[in-house]
Design a protein around this ligand. Structure first.
Ligand code: MG
Length: 316
């Protein structure tokens, strides 16, 4: 097992960080990739708490969420059982919003620690297994429900899918959910552009005979329009994505050529400009740190971090 700390043979510039275009080169300085925690069964759902100086993520098969303190690297259990939580994010009030496979629901952890169920059914039928979630600045909660988490007992509770695979939006005023996209094979990670005029949504449907790409939609109030392919990842796939303040899209990569495992960076126009190569399949990532310029990457059994000259777009 690789030790914690900088990866072996680190030298600057780190050869694991590959600039395909000079527009990416400036994003990487004298910085290397660190493994800050390991020993998990499937790390996902990265979310950073700048106010508390800690990073939280899901360890799905272990049915728990973990917390890593930035100050001293202390690692502890944040929530167990977590109902096989997957995707996490925070709303503009700083409240944690979580997708739970096991209970097939989306929850919000209030500032006093109590948990509010935001949605656990649609039209009276159970959701499949909510996967990933993002909150818009107006408080609307957008999430994907591909059903991976109900396929087996390893990452949830095995069960039949009762509703069509879909992307949902929970209205902030009414709390009611509506389907905003129903033409995905397996919708997965999602992220807004900085101005929230675009929403990027992953389709990881290659696992079920479909595509492995990111689509970009125009956001029209509570609806989505267009939905063109933004970037393709076949024969591997991307799972989780984040956008920085310049509108660049940072995407996890895995499940294909091991040499491609890691993170890719795309310009807003779709040009692939950089790759961060990691020794494990990557599921998701987020920006964190006091300046929001540190990538936190959930990669199979481990968490990796890297400082970049980019800042996550979403607050807090
Ligand atoms: Mg996911």
């Amino acid at each position: 097992m690789l030790p914690l700390g900088f990866l072996p043979d680190t030298r600057f510039p780190d050869p694991r960080i590959e600039a395909l275009d000079k527009r990416f080169s400036h994003k990487i300085g004298n910085t290397g990739i660190e493994r800050i925690a390991t020993g998990f069964r499937w790390a996902e759902g990265p979310v950073y708490f700048r106010d508390g100086g800690y990073f939280v993520f899901s360890d799905i098969p272990n049915n728990r969420m973990m917390r890593w303190l930035e100050e001293d690297g202390h690692l502890s259990v944040f929530r167990s059982p977590s109902n096989y939580s997957n995707g996490n994010t925070r709303d503009r009030e700083g409240r944690l919003v979580t997708c739970e496979h096991g209970t097939r629901r989306v929850t919000r952890t209030e500032l006093d620690g109590t948990i509010t169920v935001l949605l656990d059914n649609f039209g009276g039928k159970k959701l499949n297994a909510p996967n990933d979630v993002v909150v818009a600045s107006d408080g609307a909660i957008w999430f994907t429900d591909p059903g991976y988490g109900s396929l087996n007992d390893h990452e949830g509770n095995k069960g039949e899918l009762e509703v069509p695979v879909a992307v949902y939006r929970i209205d902030p005023a009414t709390g009611k959910a509506s389907v905003v996209a129903d033409d995905f094979v397996r919708p997965n990670g999602l992220a807004f552009s900085p101005d929230e005029k675009k929403l990027y949504i992953v389709d990881s449907g290659i696992t079920h005979g479909g595509p492995a790409h990111i689509r970009v939609f125009d956001v029209d109030g509570s609806r989505l329009r267009n939905g063109n392919v933004f970037a393709d990842f076949a024969p591997g796939l991307t799972d989780g994505i984040r956008v920085d303040v310049e509108g660049n899209v940072w995407a996890s990569v895995g499940w294909g050529d091991p040499a491609e495992d890691g993170v890719r960076c795309y310009l807003p126009g779709g040009d692939l400009v950089g790759k961060i190569h990691l020794p494990e399949t990557v599921a998701n990532l987020c920006f964190g740190g006091p300046k929001r310029n540190r990538l936190f990457i959930t990669a199979s059994t481990s968490i990796y971090t890297l400082y970049v000259d980019a800042q996550g777009a979403q607050l807090p």
